[in-house]
Design a protein around this ligand. Structure first.
Ligand code: SAH
Length: 391
């Protein structure tokens, strides 16, 4: 255990149970952090909290316990059991893919656990929680009883301020064939596959479930352009809702391969022209030039802002794609536009989309604000957990 002593006057956020301790608040670190546990004490020596220690991160500790209780297997089991109780109240039988544990939102900072039918994927998103892998796997097995648990570690990358690369693209783990990596599950009665070993996130974007359902309800007879499609799940939802056509655009061939399969698994035709491998910025410019019109455009890019210094550049990126997409929306059409950058908050995102509309010369009205589903709870103590914003 390592003991982190706070600078005088820097204990306020810990006392308010905010789970993130920034390295700038720490006056002195003493002891050995190899077990991943940090003890946080104020300038006078009073113990305030225990958490996971990530020496390479600006967030040097993520706090799990404020009441003095130890961090051990029994804490993991009780936090997981609480998360399970919430899911039991929320999840509907037609959906077998959902988030079981959502980091700070389930008081398990640095731990994500997603279920795809019988397979659970545990993602450890901080260096500190990577140290607790064995105990966390055991607790997850006991509480959630999946057939199989797979572990993905993205902590080291995130600690250095990078978004993790999918394992197949950055590390030597790409040996598994696509087949082994694909796990079937259902979402609102539709069939999907999660690419649990090589895919992005834990293999699927579960956070967009409710927004896919919303699209499905709006899609009858519509022509849908799905930008940054990943595995095309928005398109499958649109086709299930009777869309006339849905086109996926993504730069990743692997993602588009999976998108073809998702359509086939739901008995929709997978015609080659509906899968476009391209950079969305370039693809949109071409479509604008060709004066295309689409009834519904979905725009769900990756997080453009990974650290605070990225925000300005990210804002320009969001504005550019939204401006181009808006030019393509038919009269009476709809744009579903998202940002998953935690650092771009809802009000900034709305301003960006507003100025994109001005520059596009198009007038839009807001009919709904959207976020992640209820299996992605956000702790009131940590509002930063509300990363996904949709308009
Ligand atoms: N909407 C998807 C998730 C999108 S994730 C879903 O609901 O499943 C973001 C996707 O954008 C990834 O698949 C990534 O391959 C793709 N991507 C990132 N930058 C891109 C670019 N410049 N052009 C095209 N695709 C891009």
């Amino acid at each position: 255990m390592i003991r982190l002593t706070l600078k005088p006057g820097r204990d306020e956020s810990v006392r308010r149970r905010h789970p993130w301790l920034f390295s700038g608040a720490v006056a002195e670190a003493r002891g050995d952090g190899s077990d991943g546990v940090a003890q946080v004490v104020d300038a006078g020596g009073e113990t305030l909290a225990l958490g996971s220690y990530s020496p390479d991160s600006q967030i040097v500790a993520r706090l799990w316990s404020f009441g003095g209780g130890p961090i051990d297997s029994s804490l993991f089991r009780s936090r997981f059991a609480q998360a399970r109780t919430l899911r039991e109240r929320l999840v509907r039988p037609a959906t077998t893919g959902y988030r079981l544990v959502n980091s700070e939102g389930d008081r398990c900072p640095g731990v994500l656990l997603d279920r795809y039918a019988g397979v659970a994927v545990l993602e450890l998103t901080t260096g500190g929680t990577e140290n607790w892998e064995a105990m966390l796997v055991e607790a997850a097995q006991e509480v959630f009883t999946p057939d199989r648990i797979l572990v993905r570690r993205s902590g080291a990358d995130r600690d250095r301020g990078q978004l993790p690369l999918p394992p197949g693209e950055g590390r030597g783990e790409g040996r598994d064939s696509a087949e082994l990596s694909l796990v079937p599950f259902s979402e609102n009665g539709l069939s999907f596959f999660a690419d649990v070993i090589q895919g992005q996130k834990t293999g699927f974007f579960l956070d967009q479930r409710d927004n896919r359902a919303r699209l499905r309800a709006l899609a009858a007879d519509q022509r849908v352009l799905n930008l940054f499609s990943y595995s095309g799940a928005f398109s499958v939802a649109a086709l299930a809702g009777g869309a006339a056509r849905a086109v996926d655009v993504d730069s990743s061939e692997r993602a588009l391969d999976l998108a073809r399969r998702q359509r086939q698994a739901n008995s929709f035709a997978a015609s080659e022209v509906d899968f476009v491998r391209a950079d969305v910025f370039e693809d949109l410019r071409r479509r604008v030039e060709a004066r295309e019109e689409w009834d519904i455009i979905v725009c769900d890019p990756p997080a453009f802002a990974k650290k605070r210094s990225d925000v300005e550049r990210a804002a320009r990126g969001y504005k550019d794609i939204n401006r181009l997409a808006m030019k393509l929306v038919a009269l009476d059409g709809l744009l579903l536009t998202f940002s998953c950058s935690g650092l771009v908050d809802a009000s900034l995102f709305q301003k960006i989309v507003f100025s994109a509309g001005l520059e596009a010369g198009r007038s839009f009205s807001l009919i709904a604000r959207q976020g992640a589903g209820e299996d992605h709870p956000v702790s009131l103590d940590c509002p930063e957990g509300e990363y996904l914003k949709g308009l």
